[in-house]
Design a protein around this ligand. Structure first.
Ligand code: 5GP
Length: 236
């Protein structure tokens, strides 16, 4: 497979064409942003960690019957992915209260929900990814009813699989964001699953093991990405 022309550069990843129009080359960067790009930085080793973590988690999900855009890890920081058309809806699943949920509803951090909460956000940086409901998604033509049901069901299933996996490595899966894409008429999981897109708290201590260390200036940012990679690789 040949790495061709760059077609997209986002905050954390770059996508390149390959000779096969169905396949893209996805490269993970060390660049980090938070608060809609207001806070910028570099987390050395993040590209390696997020590529490794995402590859392992996509493989785990595949073993449980969840299809994703992941095809193959091709280097420390790169993977081949299916060339999906991204659905412009971010699906967030929450098991424990924190982050924007606490700010929006004025509740304390750390409430363990009996049932996970699924939220939908319009993937639009200019509008700061506003929260939306099912009717907005369908009315605005971002996805049809069937696609939306697939994304929400898969998100809940993914939550169960990942919660179980992380519990075996001493980590609570607090919340995470997923993106989906269309590939030959099918909705499949896309983007990445990493400490950039999930919140992980260590069982027993509630030590934060994710991008909140960068967002909140908690220190040990590089070390934390490396530690998460090691914990996941050892178990995979
Ligand atoms: P919150 O809405 O509390 O900021 O985020 C909820 C979860 O979704 C967190 O795990 C967070 O990392 C993830 N998340 C939400 N929006 C985004 C986004 O635009 N980019 C990334 N990388 N993660 C997001």
């Amino acid at each position: 497979m040949i790495k061709g022309e760059k077609i997209y550069e986002g905050k954390a990843k770059i996508l390149y064409k390959t000779e096969d129009p169905d396949i893209l080359w996805q490269s993970f960067k060390d660049d980090a942003t938070a608060f809609d790009g207001i806070k910028k930085g570099t987390i050395i080793g993040k590209g390696v960690a997020n590529n490794t973590i995402s590859s392992n988690l996509f493989k785990l999900l595949k073993e449980h019957g969840i299809e994703s855009h992941f095809m193959e890890k091709v280097s420390n920081t790169e993977m081949l992915v299916k060339n999906v058309e991204i659905v412009m809806v971010e699906v967030v699943v929450r098991n424990i209260s924190t982050g924007s949920l606490c700010r929006r509803y004025g509740v304390a951090e750390g409430i363990v929900f009996e049932k996970p909460i699924v939220e939908l956000y319009f993937k639009n940086d200019e509008l700061h990814d506003p929260l939306m409901n099912d009717d907005h998604v369908v009315a605005l033509g971002l996805a049809d009813q069937e696609e939306l049901a697939t994304m929400k069901n898969q998100a809940l299933r993914i939550n169960e699989i990942l919660k179980e996996f992380f519990s075996t490595i001493g980590i609570k899966l607090v919340d995470f964001k997923l993106e989906f894409g269309r590939f030959h008429g099918q909705i499949i999981l896309a983007d990445e699953i990493s400490p950039d897109t999930c919140r992980f708290w260590e069982m027993g201590t509630n030590r934060k093991l994710d991008k909140d260390r960068f967002r909140q200036d908690l220190g040990d940012v590089e070390k934390t990405y490396h530690e998460m990679m090691q914990r996941i690789v050892r178990k995979s």
